[in-house]
Design a binder for this molecule. Sequence first.
Ligand code: TZP
Ligand code: MG
Length: 218
Amino acid sequence: MGPRDFDLGVYLVTDRACCGARSVDEVVSAAIRGGVTLVQLRDKNIDARPMLALGRRLLELLRPAGIGLIVNDRIDVALALDAEGVHIGQQDMPYAEARRQLGPTKIIGISVGSEAEARQAAGWDVDYVGVGPVYPTATKPDAGSALGADESARLARIAGHRAVAIGGIDATNAAALYAAGLEGVAVISAICAAADPGAATREFVRVMQKHLAHVAGS
Ligand code: TZP
Ligand code: MG
């Protein structure tokens, strides 16, 4: 993986609470075996030191597999880990400051949930936008109302960057998102809370590959 090179196809976003009795490490290991293409370390309720320790353990799993680690919100943690990049929301560090701190070689993803946010992101050198919530979700109660697949794809086109959909995505509704033009799906509960996170990941990968085969053949 070169600098700012990544695959949004099946993007696991971690959530300790969703993992239940399992560790985040265990879920990420299973997802790697299932073919996950990118992982985001996201934890709103953790101090810097345990987050750093968790990030180091995840990097030990991800690096040999050639899979990138993106850190949610915490530019300091991303820099300390030398992770591949950060994902920032609309209330996090502004894009220009994030880019200044991270430099030109790190991936920056930004959340977009409206046309105004998409237009603003169009002016930035971000690597991807996370558009959502595409479907209703209980995982992020303040996520706003669901955009739907077509509106999410429209916002992605306005932003003019590579785009991943997020919010309420499972293996049954993922195909519609690829078909609408989203490059990938970002998923928390459908993998972290699955009875078998590896099998759940594999099912997303199967849906993605079916879409890619369809595109290649048409
Ligand atoms: N941002 C928009 S919706 C969401 C985030 C972090 C939660 C996605 O979680 P799930 O369980 O995949 O719906
Ligand atoms: Mg954030």
